[in-house]
Design a protein around this ligand. Structure first.
Ligand SMILES: Cc1cc2nc3c(=O)[nH]c(=O)nc-3n(C[C@H](O)[C@H](O)[C@H](O)COP(=O)(O)OP(=O)(O)OC[C@H]3O[C@@H](n4cnc5c(N)ncnc54)[C@H](O)[C@@H]3O)c2cc1C
Length: 384
């Protein structure tokens, strides 16, 4: 039997940074991942994830984001690898709708630099956008995107260099806790540890007792398209964007075209619709997007970025794990004292937090507390 200080169950987004923080602190850590690292079956595939600070979802996230930005800079400067790309972010929507209202509220509360652009300023600075009359436009200069696969690989490489053991293609079947010892059974072996951290993404409901009824996994569709005028959407020209469409509950968002020689495939301009998609079992996902899902994205381009579409390059799928209030769960698992830590339900907006969640989870497991304000993400708000 192999014994560790901490086992991290699931080495995707949150698990990779957690393994890194634990190993950096000299812990004997085992990371268990059912697939390769990274992979395209969970929540982290697809080249890019928006990072922003004026958080429309809730101002309480801002202190965590401030720390996340610091930690992204820290891992970049320690390794000499770039994972954060500042492009700025253009927000558009009705003043009283959730996006613009929420961005303003967080920006005011935390004095985040936000520019307000008139329609004519938007047209002259960003002629690729066609913003409807009556929509308000805000611009966050310090926002941009993170490269998820590269960030995960970087954290895992660093974790290993500090002595972490990371096992891939090894699936955790079950775990138990008896007399303060945690046993983890996989499809290959049996391990024990003092502390268990569960970062299982879309599979969290299957491996965390009591959580399944509070988590809904949905299949999301991402498109890479070839614009009619690609020069308008190149990385140096174009910001990331989020548009709160008044006729529907969700938001459209997109990225500049990322050069293949630097970012790899797929080529083209990426966009998606931020709203829970088709409910799915993570082990049986229909990976074929429907014509309707594709058309929803193309119509948004015709409406808001008319030079942004000539043909679809490729469509892919990815999974959200949604909580009822769309806020994360980061806490000790109730009824397991402080021996089991969980991080789940990132509801389609978690990646930008990876660098701070790794620090928080490592602190919870090793010190029994974190100095960062995560009370609003407690597990007790759901019935476990
Ligand atoms: C289309 C799309 C767009 C998004 N856009 C953004 C964005 O712009 N900005 C942003 O901040 N966030 C964004 N997100 C959200 C973000 O990517 C997720 O919140 C984040 O990746 C969740 O990380 P995770 O660690 O919970 O899940 P994952 O990264 O999926 O990691 C969970 C890991 O656990 C492993 N695992 C599970 N069960 C087991 C087991 N029994 N044994 C071993 N291993 C196991 C899985 O294989 C997986 O590798 C987006 C998500 C999607 C799908």
């Amino acid at each position: 039997m192999k014994n560790y200080d901490v086992i991290v169950l699931g080495v995707g987004s949150m698990g990779s940074a957690t393994c890194y923080n634990l190993a950096l602190n000299g812990l004997r850590v085992l990371g268990l991942e059912q697939f390769e690292i990274p992979h395209d079956q969970g929540s982290h595939a697809g080249q890019s994830r928006i990072i922003r600070k004026a958080y429309f979802e809730h101002p309480d996230y801002v202190p965590l984001l401030q720390r996340a930005y610091e930690n992204w800079h820290d891992i970049e400067s320690k390794t000499g690898s770039q994972v954060y790309f500042p492009t700025g972010l253009l927000y558009a929507g009705r003043s009283n709708d959730i996006l613009i209202k929420g961005v303003r509220e967080s920006a005011e509360k935390y004095k985040i630099n936000i520019e307000s652009l008139s329609n004519s300023e938007t047209r002259s600075r960003y002629p690729q956008f066609q913003i409807p009359e009556g929509y308000e436009v805000l611009f966050e200069p310090d926002a941009g995107f993170i490269t998820p696969e590269r960030a995960i690989s970087l954290f895992v490489e660093q974790a290993k260099s500090f002595g972490a053991q990371i096992n891939v293609k090894e699936k955790v079947i079950s775990w138990t806790r008896e007399a303060g010892i945690i046993k983890v059974i996989t499809d290959k072996d049996l391990y024990t540890c003092k502390k268990l951290i569960i970062t299982a993404g879309p599979w969290a409901g299957k491996i965390i007792p009591g959580l399944s009824s509070s988590l809904q996994v949905t299949r999301q569709v991402i498109a890479w398209v070839n614009p009619k005028q690609p020069q308008l959407f190149e990385l140096r020209q174009s910001p990331c964007w989020m548009i709160d469409d008044e006729s529907q509950p969700g938001m459209y968002y997109g990225f500049p075209i990322l050069p293949v020689d630097k970012f790899g495939l797929p080529a083209g301009m990426k966009l998606a619709y931020h709203y829970p998609g088709v409910p799915s079992d993570p082990d049986h996902v229909d990976r074929n997007p429907s014509k309707e899902e594709e058309e929803n994205l193309i119509e948004a381009l015709h409406r808001y970025l008319p030079a942004g579409y000539s043909s679809t390059h490729v469509l892919k799928t990815c999974l959200y794990t949604n909580t009822p209030d769309e806020h994360f769960v980061i806490d000790f698992l109730p009824n397991y004292e402080k021996d089991v830590v969980i991080a789940a339900g990132f509801s389609g907006h978690g990646f930008k937090f990876v660098s701070v969640v790794g620090e928080i989870l490592a602190d919870l497991a090793t010190k029994g507390k974190t100095d960062l304000p995560i009370g609003f993400l407690n597990a007790m708000r759901f019935e476990l």
